[in-house]
Design a protein around this ligand. Structure first.
Ligand code: PLP
Length: 418
């Protein structure tokens, strides 16, 4: 790697995914395409999103409610278009993935099934400073079960003076809690630092003491390689509006390991959409769950939201998720290289919060800018870079493989180093 623009251009020229950028609407200002590095927040809109949604609207116009059963794409089966591509992205069997609700709702619903405090086994291990919605979910869910969150939650923190969490500290907390541990519910990639955790090791450690293990994959799905089934994860859920470009407020998704699909002992909150599909419309008394992750659905899903997600997933399918991951890694390594060079030339200008090791991060980089951080962020915004500002002093950005270019990373580095 080197610092020359020509090097970035040579990477773009060799990039087999470069053409996929054409399939997205890139924000423009005065006819100039902006540099969008916020795939970790809200992925860009595929050009196909509108037409896919329009098809649903047309079907609705033509067949009304019969669209669930009629037309080019009966809505009753629309879910089938989504689970295959998503299963590849999270490393699951199709039957283990369900597209439903939104992330925080799904966290609550899966807590119903996988957090069953009893006797001594009541504790939950989570990351300190988890995303606020997860914190509020824990607080209110634990209270609803009659427990005090202070007695139940064990938050694993970074060591004094550090910002990321040592993997061995998570494993030690699991071991120490032992038979008091009911659940580990962890973020696959931390939203603030971009730190990626070893989910397989966390799952193994949790299971070794008899606990259940689940993950919030908001910042992991579509960003990093996942093997939820093989890692033996009990459950996971994520939103589809970040790296998966499903649109603002996109319908969420969940993974439930197949070993639970026929487990009648598991509690769940049910609704008619999770009822056995062939007899659902007989409207009979007594809940009979579909024997797949779909059995966790409650309400009639929106085909409009399905269509919005499908438009993006089809791009991932065509591009191939392995190729996306490969480019994501190369982009992250290139960005890291440039940042380290700038940091060396300008000591103290910023500090990279995200771990250096490629195994401990995805696309996102978080920069701590102690002096003049907001001014730097404003300058980046003025110059056409979409990055994210976290008060009081952090800039986050995430170049993604489907619509970002290496040259954009190089240009970002020019502003940062300038
Ligand atoms: C890690 C994490 N968890 C939960 C949420 C909340 O997601 P939702 O608003 O879709 O429920 C977010 C949103 O960005 C998040 O980043």
């Amino acid at each position: 790697m080197n610092l020359e623009l020509s090097y970035a251009q040579s990477l773009d020229a060799a990039d087999s995914l470069a053409g996929f950028r054409e399939q997205f609407i890139i924000p423009e200002e005065h006819g100039q395409q902006q540099v969008y590095f916020l795939g970790n927040s809200l992925g860009l809109q595929p050009k196909n999103t509108g037409p896919y949604i329009q098809k649903v609207l047309d079907q609705w116009a033509k067949y009304g409610v019969e669209s669930f059963f009629m037309g080019e794409d009966p809505w009753l089966n629309y879910h089938d278009h989504l689970v295959g591509p998503l299963a590849k992205i999270v490393g699951a069997h199709s039957a283990e993935v369900v597209v439903m609700n939104q992330l925080t709702v799904n966290l609550h619903l899966l807590m119903v099934s996988f957090y069953r405090p009893a006797d001594k086994r009541v504790k939950i291990i989570c990351e300190a400073k988890a995303f606020p919605s997860d914190q509020y979910m824990f607080e209110t869910h634990i209270k609803a079960l009659g427990y005090d969150p202070e007695d139940v939650l064990i938050e694993v923190s970074p060591r004094a003076g550090e910002v990321t969490i040592h993997q061995e500290d998570i494993l030690a907390a699991i071991q120490q809690t032992g038979e008091e541990l009911a659940l580990v519910l962890w973020g696959g990639v931390n939203y603030y630092t971009g730190q990626l955790f070893d989910m397989e090791a966390i799952t193994r450690a949790g299971h070794a003491v008899g606990a259940k293990v689940g993950f919030d994959l908001a910042h992991a799905a579509g960003n990093i390689e996942l093997h939820l089934h093989v890692w033996n994860v009990d459950f996971a859920c994520w939103c589809n509006y970040k790296y998966l470009n499903g649109g603002p407020g996109a319908i969420g998704a969940a993974f439930i390991h197949e070993r639970y699909h026929q487990d009648k002992s598991l509690h769940r909150f049910a609704g008619w959409w999770g009822y056995e599909k062939n007899t659902r419309f007989k409207m009979e008394k007594g809940f009979v769950a579909m024997e797949s992750a779909e059995g966790w659905q409650l309400s009639t899903p929106s085909p409009i939201l399905y269509a919005s997600l499908r438009a993006s997933l089809e791009i991932f399918e065509t591009a191939g998720f392995d190729s996306c991951l490969q480019k994501a890694k190369q982009m992250a390594a290139y960005l890291r290289f440039l940042l380290e060079q700038i940091s060396e030339a300008n000591p103290g200008k910023f500090h990279i919060l995200t771990p250096a090791a490629a195994t401990a991060r995805g696309c996102q980089v978080s920069l701590l800018v102690k002096q003049g951080g907001k001014e730097l962020f404003d300058e980046l915004t003025r110059k056409g870079f979409f990055v994210d500002w976290r008060e009081p002093d952090v800039i986050r950005l995430a170049p993604v493989p489907l619509y970002n270019r290496y040259e954009e990373i190089w240009r970002f580095a020019q502003v940062l180093g300038g």
